[in-house]
Design a protein around this ligand. Structure first.
Ligand code: PLP
Length: 406
């Protein structure tokens, strides 16, 4: 491990509290991550010192806020190695980024009888917007199936595609299982038939270095709150050539060049897709969060989280009848499991009584649960501020819970 965990934990005040008279163990990082003080301080500084609406402002505060907002865009560009800052579109989150593409890409590129491909491992956010768009445009939604071990049946992708396939939209990492999908191969197969690819990076951005130019991916989406930034801010990266062709997603201020009652002309990128007042403070928070991650180093983060996952996977097998999902594949620090016939909800509620926060249920991936014929799982998901001592507390608590419930 190349970083000082005690020092890191001091940056996250929320971790230092008791829940139900026990020290908080926060293992719900796949749902949302905690925010370091540099992020909350940046929000406070913005609202206390230079809160102002951006662009077109002639006054000092507006210029300050605009600079911070646009500097953040440049930083995010470098963080994912996009070619241009105007390929970075601010949204509310991954969900909105996908909805934007589903609306706008479909309107421009998808006709009746066309099809697009998603996978069996998707979050509802990467299913429902496509279903809605397919319904509107009379297109077909095709699904790349999964294997029992939590991986995708990649060998079937080529056969699913034909000359009417317009897009492949797949997650980089599965939120329910942690599966790291073979995105390079997926992109290469799709591109061999000139099909563009959208990657849902909600679960990857805080664990894996993303280089959109090296990947040569057409769209990449993520949420700020999954990478230690505030809620309410997300990113859509899109290749300039495609974004330029796509019509605006929403109408309003900022996205126009000129408006008359007869005709409106649209603004250039990225503003064409950013109607209305954006969440300026949250953008500034996202900038700070990404700087924080960059300083730690994503390679260091991944190596440390791998250690945590390995340790937790080993220890949880001390529990009788435990079933670990996606145990033997390449994955991020997600431990999705069930114990015997105990309902996952009951485990989650009792763990909470012992100060341990995990998520239970279908994790917005009902098709995965249907595949396994289960109501849901218990999911413990780790971040770089978690420790092996916390895993020990979790395992001891889980043993007690299972004793009570079985
Ligand atoms: N995609 C994946 C893989 C996710 O894990 C999530 C959230 O859990 C989303 C999309 C939706 O993200 P948000 O709710 O931040 O828009």
């Amino acid at each position: 491990m190349n970083f000082d965990i005690e020092k890191i934990r001091k940056d996250f005040p929320i971790l230092h509290q008791e829940i139900n008279k026990r020290p908080l163990v926060y293992f719900d990082n796949a749902a949302t991550t905690q925010k370091p003080s540099v992020v909350t301080q940046a929000l406070a500084d913005y609202y206390n010192q230079y809160n102002s609406n951006i662009h077109r402002g002639v006054h000092y505060l507006s210029n300050m806020a605009t600079d911070a907002f646009e500097n953040a865009r440049k930083y995010i560009q470098l963080f994912i190695n996009a070619k241009n800052a105007h390929e970075i579109i601010y949204t509310k989150g991954t969900t909105e980024s996908i909805n934007l593409v589903a609306y706008s890409f479909f309107k421009r590129f998808v006709k009746s009888g066309d099809n697009i491909i998603i996978s069996a491992l998707e979050h509802h956010s990467n299913i429902v917007p496509w279903q809605m768009a397919c319904e509107n445009h009379k297109a077909q939604l095709r699904v790349l199936p999964m294997n029992e071990n939590g991986s995708l049946q990649l060998e079937k992708l080529n056969d699913l595609m034909d000359d009417k396939t317009r897009l492949v939209a797949i997650n980089h990492v599965s939120n329910a299982l942690g599966t790291i999908n073979p995105i390079k191969e997926i992109i290469s197969i799709a591109h061999s038939k000139n099909v563009p690819v959208l990657l849902d990076g909600a679960q990857a951005i805080s664990h894996i270095k993303v280089d959109v130019q090296e990947l040569d991916v057409e769209f990449y989406c993520f949420s700020g709150h999954k990478v230690f930034a505030p809620m309410g801010i997300g990113i859509l990266y899109g290749k300039e050539s495609l974004l330029n062709e796509m019509p605006p997603y929403q109408g309003g201020g900022e996205m126009i060049k000129e408006v008359s009652f007869e005709k409106t002309t649209y603004n250039e990128l990225p503003f064409k897709f950013e109607a209305g007042t954006p969440s300026v403070g949250d953008v500034i928070g996202l900038h700070k969060a990404l700087e924080y991650v960059q300083k730690l180093g994503l390679e260091n983060i991944a190596a440390y989280e791998d250690e945590l996952l390995e340790y937790a996977t080993k220890r949880i097998q001390e529990i009788q009848d435990v079933r670990i999902f996606a145990k033997d594949i390449s994955k991020t620090a997600v431990l999705s499991f069930l114990v015997g016939k105990i309902h996952p909800y009951d485990i989650g509620v009792l763990l909470d009584k012992m100060g341990i926060a995990v998520r239970t249920g279908h994790h917005c991936t009902q098709p995965i649960m249907d595949f396994y014929k289960i109501p849901g799982t218990v999911r413990a998901s780790f971040a770089f501020y978690n420790t092996k001592q916390e895993i020990d507390l979790f395992i001891e608590a889980l043993k007690k819970v299972c004793q009570i419930l079985s």
